[in-house]
Write a protein that binds this ligand. Structure first.
Ligand SMILES: [Zn+2]
Length: 351
């Protein structure tokens, strides 16, 4: 893929800020927000689930839905209004979250009667745009391509770190889903360990390659297709209006995509987000997962994206209730086949 311009700003606390642009930008830099002191974080073992749970002391003090004047992702125009992206203008930015739940630095780990370990890893924020009110679905095709290139660059760097074994870029969109900042952005969680459910999904793909399943997707579920990938509602959707995007060629990481694939997949991401916002003529709350291979599974994992919207009608949210939370067994009200017709504009959604 063609390389974007990358400017690396040292934040002074060992953290870096990466600025990505299509054309060279001369940035005016300010000092920015200070580091968060005393953030302690560690993992504790869950004895019946055989999973790790992270505990972080600083997250209670996170910024919560600030207005545009105090937004830490808006560019800085004057020294007084500090930002996490302390430059006067930018296109796409990635930086380490000051309230990171995972840390590469040494941290105090309490010795308890259950296993504990450092919360190894790091958490980045990716700002999609300098404009506070932009929506992903309103960004230009070029901007989405730049976001993919930025994620490709940063995830390659993180994947080469021997402490990191799994990386999850994702986006939480909408107040309904618990977003604490309205500014259009996603996050990149880089884990020292591979979370149990991710490991299970990676293991399953060795026996059941995703490409075999994708080849059987019927026309009624396809939303959009081009020479590099397919965008569809999965027959097995667990969320209303769930959408998957899968490249035709099996690659395990975003940085394995070539320029043509990157362009075509950007189109699919943009079209999917537009279709979601059109269902109720308002921004659709969702989580978007970038499913990358954990270390050790690069030869079998198939990169894909999953949009998991939580709105099933204009006024009703899909809450993960008791059964889903306790068992991981999903109950779905909206048949995927009908979701596909609504997303294509062939049928009206429920009010
Ligand atoms: Zn903002």
């Amino acid at each position: 893929m063609s390389k974007p311009f990358i400017e690396i700003v040292d934040r002074g606390d060992g953290k870096k800020l990466f600025l990505y642009s299509e054309n060279k930008i001369n940035y005016k830099a300010f000092s920015g927000l200070p580091p968060v002191e005393g953030n302690q974080t560690h993992l504790r073992y869950h004895p019946t689930r055989s999973e790790w749970v992270a505990y972080s002391t600083s997250r209670q003090n996170r910024t919560f839905l600030p207005n545009a004047m105090e937004c830490p992702l808006c560019p800085m125009l004057q020294e007084e209004k500090a930002s996490d992206v302390p430059v006067d203008h930018y296109e796409v930015a990635i930086f380490t979250n000051r309230f990171s739940s995972l840390r590469l630095e040494e941290a105090h780990v309490p010795q308890l009667e259950i296993p504990t370990q450092p919360a190894m890893g790091t958490c980045d924020v990716i700002s999609y745009s300098p404009n506070h009110t932009d929506q992903f679905s309103e960004l230009s095709q070029q901007r989405i391509e730049l976001i993919l290139k930025a994620v490709a660059h940063r995830t390659k760097e993180l994947f080469n770190d021997s402490h990191i074994n799994y990386i999850l870029p994702f986006e939480n969109k909408g107040k309904e889903i618990g977003v604490t900042l309205e500014h259009p952005h996603g996050q990149i969680y880089s884990f020292g360990h591979v979370p149990a459910s991710i490991k299970r999904q990676a293991e399953i793909q060795i026996q059941n390659p995703l490409s075999v399943t994708i080849a059987q997707i019927p026309k009624e579920l396809i939303l959009y297709e081009n020479s590099s990938g397919i965008c569809f509602v999965p027959r097995w959707a667990r969320y209303p209006f769930e959408i998957w995007i899968v490249p035709h060629r099996r690659v395990s990481q975003v940085y394995d995509l070539n320029q043509e694939e990157l362009q075509n997949l950007s189109t699919l991401l943009l079209e999917a987000s537009k279709m979601l916002d059109k269902v109720f003529n308002q921004p659709m709350p969702y989580t978007l997962a970038w499913q990358l291979a954990p270390k050790g599974y690069q030869d079998s994992h198939h990169l894909h994206w999953c949009f998991q919207p939580i709105k099933r009608s204009k006024t009703k949210l899909k809450y993960l209730a008791g059964v889903e939370q306790i068992t991981g067994f999903y109950l779905v009200d909206l048949p995927p086949e009908r979701s596909a017709r609504i997303l294509r504009g062939e049928e009206q959604p429920d009010e």
